[in-house]
Design a binder for this molecule. Structure first.
Ligand code: SF4
Length: 490
């Protein structure tokens, strides 16, 4: 994947895409603000959510063992996956053991993170997404661009064209009316629900005290997948635990209002192991680490593991609204993607090293986050890590080496400052630098650089005794009547 600025360039230039994004995020933003404003105790709920998550993260080993014990007692089987490849291997083997070659899926960020659909396809197993937006993405051979609304970059006519082209049982003359599109998807999916023997789901929350798993959704497709098939395999990031049912109560208020702006989502499915004559006969829970343990070890970065995937931070982010989700090169776009992906994947690639910079640091994401993740704080922290550990351009490396050599000697620094001041009329004849040469142009591509000052602070201090004597013109004759500031700074 290219670095974020390169990947975002095309999206930023696509006015239709920007229109779709601005309309969709603006609508969700307004509805969410109204839903949150209904609760007098929103701030207290938010603080509770934060504290519960922090408590779980501080005692993660304990709660994971308790969850395993309770799920096993209830007749389920728990599997542990160190990374994406191991999780995919476990799921593929479980499906193959049933003799089936098809699975239905409930929308799941964890399996997008592991690339499960592609891994299953390599084993000859077809995975069918059943969430409407995920179905649109899958049929369009596309990638999700939003956590909650994966096809947010598509409009109605795009979706009609995809259904006509890729859905074998799409009705003749399908229109782009929302009701017609929904009906076409419903008929298409119903056949899958009724024939599937295996389902794969994600998990919103897992209650350690009881071994109960919880999925929140709006369309009913999740309920079908969680109850009809004979075998259910759920893949869950290890951080999704809450200690008790009482704690779940907090998140069942925070998540629907923050994500879909509903007081309560239409379908909340909970299940605990297996029960004869009711639901799947075989249940497997795959606990996924995939970089979460390393993230937990970072005192600043670990707060990203509080995330409940509501997507509120995406909808308020001015960068996401313009760049869309694909530029983040990860299943987790927007502000949460900018802090989560570089931590769970490591900061070694161009895209992961660029993600902490995909923000104006305006702080809207922190304000919106229902579990109070200080996303700007983590972004700044990761920028420092990207400088230390990330890939660096050879020109930047050479410039930093030269700067280090200069700054280590007061004499060299003074000489460099005198040279810069002397060159200001050549490099910045109109008081600012409009274009730097070569790769340095990356700096001036979108903004002017200030001209070097006529006199350095150290020279000014020496000349005026720290401002105590009457100022006079600098001796090098470079004073042009300004005080060294650029026009923008005046
Ligand atoms: S970081 Fe906060 S606002 Fe963003 S998706 Fe996660 S919980 Fe929601």
């Amino acid at each position: 994947m290219p670095a974020f600025p390169d990947a975002a360039r095309e999206a930023v230039a696509d006015t239709r895409l920007r229109g779709n994004l601005a309309h969709a995020t603006g609508t969700i933003r307004e509805r969410r603000a109204a839903a949150v404003a209904e609760l007098d105790d929103w701030d207290a709920l938010r603080e509770s959510g934060k504290q519960i998550k922090d408590h779980v993260l501080a005692n993660l080993g304990h709660y994971l063992r308790r969850l395993e014990e309770k799920v096993t007692e209830a007749g389920g089987t728990v599997h542990w996956a160190r990374d994406a490849a191991e999780a995919n291997r476990i799921v593929a083997d479980l499906v193959k053991a049933t003799g089936e070659s098809e699975v239905v899926k409930v929308k799941s960020m964890a399996t997008q993170e592991t690339g499960l659909n592609e891994a299953l396809a390599e084993e000859g197993i077809a995975a069918y997404e059943t969430d409407l937006a995920e179905l649109i993405v899958q049929l369009g051979h596309d990638r999700p661009s939003h956590i909650l609304v994966p096809a947010i970059h598509r409009n109605r006519s795009d979706i009609r064209d995809i259904f006509r082209r890729e859905m074998p049982d799409a009705p003749e003359g399908l229109t782009d009316a929302p009701a017609d599109l929904a009906e076409a998807a419903r008929r298409h999916l119903r056949a899958k629900f009724l024939s599937a023997k295996v389902a794969v789901s994600g998990v919103n929350f897992a209650v350690a005290d009881t071994g109960t798993l919880v999925v929140l959704e709006s369309e009913g497709n999740g309920r079908m997948c969680l109850t009809l098939p004979e075998t259910l395999i759920s893949v869950m990031g290890v951080e999704k635990i809450v200690p008790s049912m009482r704690d779940l109560e907090v998140f069942l208020q925070l998540l629907p209002r923050s994500s879909t702006a509903e007081r309560m989502n239409p379908y909340t499915s909970t299940w605990t192991g297996v029960h004869p004559g009711d639901g799947p006969r075989d249940f497997h829970l795959v606990l996924l680490d995939n970089g979460r343990t390393e993230t937990l070890a970072d005192e600043v970065g670990r707060q990203a593991l509080r995330c409940i995937r509501c997507s509120a931070c995406l909808n308020v982010c001015p960068v996401y609204e313009r760049a869309g989700g694909h530029a983040y090169g990860s299943p987790y776009p927007g502000p949460i993607g900018a802090i989560l992906s570089p931590q769970i994947r490591g900061i070694g690639s161009d895209v992961d090293a660029s993600l902490p910079y995909a923000s104006s640091l305006c702080g809207a994401c922190f304000e919106a986050c229902p579990v109070a993740i200080d996303i700007p704080e983590v972004l700044v922290h990761l920028r420092a890590r990207a400088v230390e550990d990330g890939p660096r351009h050879p020109v930047e490396r050479a410039a930093m080496t030269a700067a280090g050599w200069t700054l280590r000697s007061p004499a060299r620094l003074a000489l460099a400052q005198r040279l810069a001041s002397a060159s200001r009329r050549i490099v910045a004849p109109r008081g600012r630098i409009r274009r730097l040469p070569g790769p340095l142009n990356a700096w001036t591509e979108t903004r002017d650089a200030p001209a070097p000052p006529a006199e350095s602070f150290r020279a000014w201090w020496a000349r005026t005794d720290g401002g105590r004597t009457e100022p006079r013109a600098p001796e090098d004759g470079t004073d042009d009547g300004t005080d060294g500031r650029t026009e923008e700074g005046q």
